[in-house]
Ligand binder design. Sequence first.
Ligand code: B16
Ligand code: MG
Length: 217
Amino acid sequence: NHRAFIFDLDGVIVDTAKFHFLAWRKLANDLGFDFTQEQNEQLKGVSRVESLNKILTWGNMKLTEEEFNRQMALKNENYLSYVDKMEEDEILPGVPKVLNFLKEKNIPIALGSASKNARTILKKINLYNTFDAIVDGTDVSKAKPDPEVFLIAAERLHAKPENCVVFEDSLAGVEAANIGKMISIGIGEKQVLHEADFVFPDFTKIEIDFIEKLLRK
Ligand code: B16
Ligand code: MG
């Protein structure tokens, strides 16, 4: 069996967290409260429904099911207005180098994201046809740290989970990769992503040499 690589989207390939924050914050403000960028960190890798649940707890608010769904739709509409302006230059530094290397070597790569907007974003940044498989929030029923999203990606790449390498910026995602018996590479802070097999602050710090070693392992 061969190595395969799985990339999270938000926080790994692009920084959409800033747009999620703006859109969620507007929702909170419209409901009469506010939350901080630090609190926003807790929403990384978390599904849309779970994000709204957390935010409502912070604001000490409860919504009827109908209002909950309406607010989620409004947030997404607002979020997509930012996504709509995205272009290729939003791809985070260092990412193209790794993607190009893996493509040249014909190594299977997949996207494994919790976002229901993943395909829209990939089209905006011209990476829609780059991945051999795209697994997103519309394909899964269980949110990270459940490994479902990555296990489906492995299956679609015809790779054994233990041969998969996962790039993730959220702790929930790192846990999902670990539970799935995959090699986890955290992108971000070591303190936050302490459970990852390897941690890099960002893709500019990942040498091709390191990727080559993973291929030989
Ligand atoms: P959407 P990832 C996740 O994407 C984000 O990190 C998280 O903040 C967001 O709530 C979630 O997608 C759902 O996104 O509202 O677009 O369906 O990091 O798993 O690529
Ligand atoms: Mg992420």
